[in-house]
Write a protein that binds this ligand. Structure first.
Ligand code: IPE
Ligand code: IPE
Ligand code: MG
Length: 255
């Protein structure tokens, strides 16, 4: 579908509010390439990506999405040049400091997944403050994946459960899908029905490996700093046109 001349209101009118995903996850990618395109340093791309975070968070809340998870920093991202890592960690401190008021105004709760203990103290502090200051909000939950790795999270869950087995609190044969899900950092959060990745890359990069088992994937060539509410709504419309079969055949799922 060509959405180029359509307004955000017209787009939103196409969304079926009865068929909204409860949880949307996004791999925000392409900041570096966007900056390069503009003849600027990579950090310029990260800074401009904050506008997209604001837009998409607002857009998701306006539609009535319950959970939005944003991949902000992977465990692998520590391998980037130290200056970029430092700039990203500082940007997080600044953004969290500035945006918590907006989250409160919009009744949005902040949460985080990933190994938070390894974040620089200032970043960790700003994050924990943001989580604490927004904990009573109930319109939407914004989950930031920080120092996150899907494999790490699965290993942590396996360790946690095996400790319980060792202590005699749990039997190996009782470990099932539900129990395992509850040992992950996304415990209590429904699995995302939709995954969006920007910038044209078509890989998972260690994101929510367990939780995305049955998600619909939406890839767009748009670089993250150019991603707007309109693009988000387009992804939702695209998702709603798909048939989710969960192993069954079409006739079994279409009503
Ligand atoms: C995504 O943009 C932001 C983070 C990973 C923190 P990139 O920084 O990966 O941008 P590209 O992929 O190099 O263009
Ligand atoms: C994935 O993007 C991580 C985040 C968006 C935070 P990357 O740009 O780091 O992924 P790869 O390395 O290209 O797979
Ligand atoms: Mg990238």
């Amino acid at each position: 579908m060509d959405f180029s001349n359509i307004t955000i209101e017209e787009l939103k009118a196409q969304v079926n509010l009865e068929k909204l995903p409860r949880h949307v996850a996004i791999i925000m990618d392409g900041n570096g390439r966007w900056a390069k395109q503009h003849g600027k340093a990579r950090v310029f791309g990260h800074k401009n990506g904050v506008t997209s975070v604001r837009e998409v968070t607002e857009g998701a809340a306006e539609l009535g999405i319950e959970y939005l998870t944003l991949y902000a920093f992977s465990t692998e991202n520590w391998k980037r040049p130290a200056t970029e890592v430092e700039a990203l960690m500082l940007l997080l401190v600044q953004t969290l400091g500035r945006e918590v008021a907006t989250l409160n105004k919009n009744n949005i709760r902040l949460q985080a997944i990933g190994d938070i203990s390894k974040l620089p103290p200032r970043t960790k502090k700003a994050l924990l403050k943001g989580i604490e200051d927004t904990k009573h909000n109930d319109r939407m939950t914004l989950v930031l994946a920080l120092n996150y790795s899907g494999k790490w999270e699965i290993l942590e869950a396996a360790k946690k459960l095996s400790e319980e087995v060792e202590k005699g609190n749990l039997k190996t044969e009782d470990i099932n899908d539900e129990l395992f899900s509850n040992a992950l950092s996304t415990q209590g959060i429904p699995d995302p029905e939709l995954l969006i990745r920007t910038s044209g890359e078509t890989r998972l990069s260690n994101f929510l490996l367990w939780q995305l088992a049955y998600a619909e994937f939406y890839f767009t060539p748009v670089f993250w700093p150019d991603f707007r509410k309109k693009h988000f709504v387009q992804a939702i419309i695209d998702y709603q046109q798909r048939e989710r079969r969960f192993g069954k055949i079409s006739e079994q799922v279409s009503k």
